[in-house]
Design a protein around this ligand. Sequence first.
Ligand code: FAD
Ligand code: SF4
Length: 467
Amino acid sequence: MPNMSMFKNEMPTQEPNVRNKNFLEVALGYNKEQAIDEAKRCLNCKSKNCVSGCPVQIDIPAFISEVIKSDFEKAYEIISDASSLPAVCGRVCPQESQCEGKCVRGIKGEPVGIGRLERFVADYHNSNCKNMINSIKPNQNGHKVAVIGSGPSGLTCAGDLAKKGYEVTVFEALHLAGGVLVYGIPEFRLPKAIVQKEIDGLRAMGVKIETNMVIGKVLSIDELIEEYNFEAVFIGSGAGLPKFMNIPGENLKGVYSANEYLTRVNLMKAYTENTTTPVKKSRRVAVIGGGNVAMDAARCAKRLGAEEVYIIYRRSEEELPARKEEVEHAKEEGIIFKFLTNPVEILSDENGFAGSIQCLEMELTEPDESGRRKPVEKEESAFCIPVDTVIMSIGTSPNPLIRSSTKGLETQKWGGIIINEKTGLTSREGIYAGGDAVTGAATVILAMGAGKTAARAIDAYISPFIR
Ligand code: FAD
Ligand code: SF4
């Protein structure tokens, strides 16, 4: 019998007033009974609307049917056919605008909790299955591919090629692999042990990961091809260069880019006692921006002990680009939202630190080129918020290092690498690219999809030479 409840089974979570003081995972995950009950809300529609909303086309009704039968391992196999990071995607994908956004149960009531079910299945597999699908080492075919960057696009491309027998080496600039999954998204949303497990699985398949290798400085892509005999290269170097507003006061002490702040907290564990890269002890923090990155920075600041944390966003709540669930969690944890507010200057205190932020009230007019209503300043609406820390989270772009060090690599004016969308091929033969390095800051699942597309194209490019 289908479960015709209008509402999803609630996700068990840590209490807001407890979790806003620790870095443990907020959402605790369904148990078997909750997962089966939620799976029974699925109508197994012939039209499979949900699948059309999934960027990697997971056969959603098929895996959900296996959950109903308690065959969680079969459900995992179905998801794994399309997605290489199910435990990650079940936690961080913007399902409301993808699969769940298309689910017919969402027409009258809440959609099926597809993301929560994906997470349940992946966690069940990770804690119960000894026979890891990923850990079977394929026979190598003797052909070498280099992957630049170990974020979701690079890891997916590396995994898909390793499964086909390629000798894959991932070159990562940082000392740890995982890209934004380890240095950006905080532990309380995505435990790092989960990312590590995926990386261990790739290593077990024979993928080599060389950390502390800044391509463009230590070695160039041309050297990888000409001197180290890599037959193809995938560039998945992300978009890690922070943007600033260019307002007065942005270079005061106590002003961070969200990237720096989150890297210190997540990668360098600034919340532990013996950290070598602490962040400033803050009482009042302003985070400028309204995306997932801004929510993560604000929630980290709260957990590090700040009494007041503001999200300052120039549009209204309706336009917030962050995932709905993250916004709700942030509100529950006590983050204060200042909508229709635009910072114009950061003022210093007597010691040269950020001391307050001068803002203007905004109102929304006609939609701009992005389709969103354009914010304009209200006259004589200036006001000041006392803060001691400001975190800029207004977007990122690709770092120029790769494009400036690779001959003939064509890029957009803003830095995104130009590719053929069907194959990921760049303007250079044998060099492919995908993920944020191509699109600018986007999502994990889109980066993974790009890694898959390029892996297929690289295989088609090299396989005629395999004897
Ligand atoms: P990245 O994950 O950025 O990985 C690129 C890697 O390349 C990095 O490890 C970098 O160190 C390395 N690299 C860069 N240059 C070089 C070089 N020259 N040589 C060698 N290595 C290099 N998306 C979601 O779907 N849901 C979310 O909830 C979400 N939250 C986010 C929160 C934060 C704080 C951030 C920053 C992003 C978030 N995103 C989210 C976006 C998502 O994480 C990215 O779209 C995704 O990680 C892009 O993957 P990628 O593989 O293209 O690049
Ligand atoms: Fe199930 Fe919703 Fe997909 Fe229909 S659209 S198959 S109800 S998840």
